[in-house]
Design a protein around this ligand. Structure first.
Ligand code: CP
Length: 365
């Protein structure tokens, strides 16, 4: 398991990526948006920013500049999403395969929607109805799909590092849609975009340069959370302070190399944070008894109404989903205006359009 700050692929770490001279969000209308908005068609140049990476396995593959480029592209695609026909021909003739070896609602549907809105063809693989149930290996499965002629493979797998192995076996770009307890980079990107959007609304449309000055608490099952790992990389690359909050049994054995602070005391952090990011208890990965009971977890670490009342007045509440109401969050808190959960899902489509375009696009929307 890699600590945040290290990369499994191209070697750009979040620490290396903290360059203050990097392009920022706040230079007026984002370049991509200004290029795409006034007209439609195929003659629009966008994204003359950072060079695209071939695969997206970790947030560290993007670094700060790459994250900011995805934010700018997402602005452009958010405008596309407002059109009567929310579709552009950017990836016409390309094929995107979604290969999910673990269940998903949000990630798979939003990637497939994103690909279709970019006019790509979509190939959907579902493990339970595939030859995988007959014993076909991961290697043979992905080589078979690649042989049909695809440009990108979006893969979710229960084994940490599986997408990295797949890059050795296929010619397509590989996008990690969640691998074991390692990373879920597109979740972190849509989370950054959602926080940035909330800050922009609060500032009457002025887009913040980054997340500097924010204190973000990630609460819950850190030990098993690929979302936590990607978000620690992304939030800190953008200048936020991160505090991890969990009982000792749900904290990683070592936090060496993680640019975070950690505590077991949620109540003492509530008045000091700008964002509370709740994680699902991953019962399917626990494998051992790490909690006395889910009720006890809710009592100590759940965002109850009383705890929500102890937050700063304008604190944001986030959760990657699926949310287990009554465990990590009370039902009434989940539905409060401060809760950005639905907004996170909505933004998942435009951010994944940006990721697909960044990896496969030719510079033309
Ligand atoms: N957040 C997330 O990855 O949700 P799904 O498991 O529904 O894709």
């Amino acid at each position: 398991m890699n600590a945040p700050g290290t990369s499994t692929t191209t070697g750009v770490s979040s620490d290396e990526a903290g360059d203050e001279s990097a392009t920022t969000w706040s230079s007026g209308v984002p370049a991509a948006a200004s290029a795409v908005l006034p007209v439609s068609g195929e003659d629009l140049l966008v994204g003359e920013g950072t060079p695209a990476v071939r695969h997206l396995l970790s947030i560290a593959d993007l670094g700060r500049d790459g994250i900011l480029e995805i934010m700018r592209l997402s602005d452009a695609f958010a405008e596309v999403a407002e059109r009567p026909i929310p579709k552009v021909p950017a990836l016409r003739g390309r094929t995107v395969a979604t290969v999910f070896m673990e269940p998903s609602t949000r990630t798979r549907l939003s990637f497939e929607t994103a690909a279709k809105r970019l006019s790509a063809d979509v190939m959907t693989f579902t493990a339970s109805t595939s030859a995988a149930v007959k014993g076909e290996s991961l290697r043979d499965t992905v080589e078979t799909i690649d042989a049909m002629g695809i440009d990108a493979m979006v893969i979710r797998h229960h084994a940490s590092g599986a997408p990295l192995r797949v890059t050795d076996w296929v010619g397509a770009s590989v996008i990690n849609a969640g691998d074991g307890t390692h990373e879920h980079p597109t979740q972190a990107l849509l989370d950054c975009y959602t926080i940035r959007e909330a800050l922009t609304a609060r500032r009457d449309g002025e887009v913040p340069a980054d997340l500097k000055g924010l204190r973000i608490a990630i609460v819950g099952d850190i030990k098993h959370s690929r979302v936590a790992r990607s978000n620690v990389l992304a939030f800190t690359a953008l200048g936020a302070e991160v505090v991890l909050v969990a009982p000792p049994t749900l904290m990683p054995a070592s936090l060496e190399g993680w640019p975070v602070t950690a505590t077991g005391d949620l109540d003492s952090t509530l008045g000091e944070i700008d964002v509370i990011y709740l994680l699902r208890i991953q019962s399917e990965r626990l494998g051992e008894v790490l909690l006395p009971s889910l009720d006890e977890y809710h009592w100590r670490y759940g965002l109850t109404r009383a705890r929500a009342d102890a937050l700063k007045r304008d604190a944001l509440v986030m959760h990657p989903g699926p949310m287990i109401r009554g465990v990590e969050i009370s039902p009434e808190v989940a539905d409060m205006p401060a809760s950005l959960v639905t907004r996170q899902v909505r933004n998942g489509v435009v951010v994944r359009m940006a990721v697909l375009f960044h990896l496969l696009g030719s510079g033309v929307i």
